[in-house]
Design a protein. Structure first.
Length: 393
């Protein structure tokens, strides 16, 4: 006698299949975005360093990066989200986009200024101290406390940066200060960007476009005022490279900046801030290694030791944060409560990230066991066996 599966079992099997497809798609998308992020970031830094050696206008190059990102993001945004995506209300602009843009301007400008004054490998070693400023801001602003091991990892980072600073062959104080300010701005920016995407349910391309166009509006007047006269009177004939060879570099800088921003924002929208921090640490390692091979800037054994110490501290910090995250997931309750009927589950907002997006919640309380939920029962609970466990509806 054949046994016909109940509708609930068939529905659960369908959910399982859709979940597996979504996981595979998200993993493939995350790997692709991460690779693009790494490659474009290294290429952008190397081209910036090469161009700044003959074209020393960091603020104007900042404008070029924002201009390229704004122009290239617009068609992609229209394709992904439709023509209506370019509309933004005033409240969202003032509370979300404008503060993000101010932080982005500071982060990009001071990062460019640091690359102009110190080697790219040293600049990225300082940028690897991002966790130090993240912990500092969370302590000052949010009053958060941290485990002693967190402070041990930060001590390693500080020691590594100090060793690099004292042993750097091409040390420059202005470059060091610029890199520190840029890193501090990035620390604030990464936290606030994730918060803004969640609070306003904003697509990352829409956020990137409006942040880029606002950042361009903030930097263009400053560039015209500070660099305009110098650019007009600059003796381009005495430059080591002809203008015809500089233009491709400008296009390359704009393109790689656009690519790394799209990849970074896209990757951040798929993962949590801790996973993003881990990937960012590995990106620093990749950029440092690439710059040392291609630019061949002079390094000493102590310099390499300092880089390794700082990056080891970052790796320890990320491991502690990942362990904390796993502990929080294990301690989460198995009951998901929502305040209103017909509300939609969003993977970014709930711990049930395995559920399909835009699934209507038909009851106020869903009991999740073994990673699944049954939303059909409203009044009388029932038990449905599945994968060695039960699902309460």
């Amino acid at each position: 006698m054949s046994i016909t599966p109940s509708p609930s079992i068939l529905n659960l099997q369908s959910l399982e299949s859709k979940r597996d497809d979504r996981i595979q798609y998200s993993c493939a998308k995350g790997i692709l975005l991460c690779c693009l992020w790494y490659l474009s970031s290294a290429a952008n830094g190397i081209m910036l360093k090469s161009l700044l050696a003959v074209f020393s206008f960091p603020l104007s190059l900042t404008v070029v990066q924002f201009f390229g990102c704004a122009v290239l993001t617009l068609p992609l945004l229209r394709y992904q989200c439709g023509p209506g995506a370019v509309i933004l209300n005033k409240g969202l602009f003032m509370s979300g986009i404008l503060p993000l843009s101010a932080g982005k301007v500071a982060a990009v400008f001071f990062a460019t200024l640091s690359i102009a004054n110190i080697p790219l490998s040293y600049s990225n070693t300082i940028k690897a101290s991002l966790p130090l400023f993240s912990v500092m801001f969370s302590k000052i602003i949010l009053g958060q406390t941290h485990k002693p091991m967190i402070y041990c990892s930060l001590l390693l980072i500080v020691c590594g940066v100090i060793i690099c600073s004292f042993t750097e062959v091409l040390f420059n104080l202005a470059g060091l200060i610029s890199a520190i300010i840029g890193t501090m701005s990035t620390a604030l920016l990464s936290v606030y960007a994730k918060k803004a995407m969640l609070d306003h349910n904003m697509h990352y391309l829409k956020m990137l476009y409006f942040v880029s166009i606002t950042s361009l509006a903030l930097t263009l007047p400053m560039s015209l005022f500070l660099d305009g006269q110098a650019l007009l009177t600059h003796d381009y004939s005495s430059m080591a490279e002809p203008v015809s060879e500089i233009l491709p570099f400008l296009f390359g800088i704009a393109l790689t900046n656009f690519t790394q921003n799209v990849a970074a924002f896209g990757f951040l929208s798929l993962v949590n801030p801790v996973s993003y921090s881990v990937a960012n640490c590995m990106k620093r390692v990749f950029t440092i290694a690439t710059s040392l091979v291609i630019l061949r800037n002079p390094v000493t054994l102590m310099n390499i030791l300092g880089m390794g110490t700082a990056l080891s501290g970052v790796a320890l910090y990320n491991k502690i944060k990942l362990d904390e995250q796993r502990a929080v997931k294990l301690s989460l309750p198995t009951v998901i409560k929502r305040p209103r009927d017909n509300e939609y589950l969003n993977p970014l907002y709930t711990s049930a990230s395995h559920l399909p997006p835009n699934m209507p919640l038909k009851s106020r309380t869903a009991y999740v066991i073994n990673g699944y939920a049954d939303y059909h029962a409203r009044t009388s609970p029932r038990v449905v066996p599945h994968n060695g466990g039960v699902i309460l509806g």
